[in-house]
Design a protein around this ligand. Sequence first.
Ligand code: CP
Ligand code: NVA
Length: 305
Amino acid sequence: MSEIRHFLTLMDFSRDELQQLISRAIELKASRKKGEIHEPLKNMTLAMIFEKSSTRTRVSFEAGMNQLGGQGMFLSSRDTQLGRGEPIEDSARVISSMVDVVMIRTFGHDIVENFAKYSKVPVINALTDDFHPCQLLADMMTYVEHRGSIAGKTATYVGDGNNMCHSWMNAAKQFGFHLNIACPKNYEPDEKLTKSLSDHITIFHDIKDAVKNVDLITTDVWASMGQEDEQKIREKAFKSFMVNDAVMALADKDAIFMHCLPAHREEEVSASVIDGKQSVVWDEAENRLHAQKALLETLVVGFPK
Ligand code: CP
Ligand code: NVA
């Protein structure tokens, strides 16, 4: 039997494998639009463990698994023994003995790492406090569809140095583009990751300096899940970091705007930008489905020959 592959960050796949995944996602999208049936995961089950809320991730994984011929099984920590303190190691051994692939959305990144260590089947990180790699698969696919290869381009991430920012940083290395990060002081991304990716990123504290002539601007909420208590403090800290028309005007005229969603209009992004012509957020959300179908197929049956 071949070694189990997990997808906990974008660094778990090589550059070539990531490119192959994006191409496969684009093929699967076209195939679905033609109404073709493709069921390589027939009779298989995806366990979907959620310790945080979700709309896109849940719907895309569950619908995607159905479209591939299998089933998604929703497991919330509220209704399983996970929420009552059963160790991750024990849960991983048990759950992975009954299903074919697992996805987890949780808090600490060490939780998915630990689960993967004890799992007999592939494990997918569906968002932790530190990374959200599935979102970046959809984001990279969306850029390719709208503008072609992102290699050699410059993107700007505006906002908190959070899980989305960290995954954009990994993407810069893996997909060969430069990432500007515009964030308030004290909200920078992880120091260790910043050091290790220093050739691929530049940090700015003034949004205007970070967006000049760039090819893409993306942002995320100011307070992530688990940081609800900090909403008010963060609104103050981030108030000059809204992506609005004036910010978009500084970017290249063909720049596109992305947001992983959910969005807060008139906080991190103005309604005019997210609902405007340069925004590709709805394609980006739909592409979660296609990109994750490619990911599930690859992890379970391998890369198509
Ligand atoms: N972008 C994203 O992961 O959305 P959900 O939180 O709705 O899954
Ligand atoms: N940074 C956000 C992303 C949501 C998809 C959060 O973790 O809540």
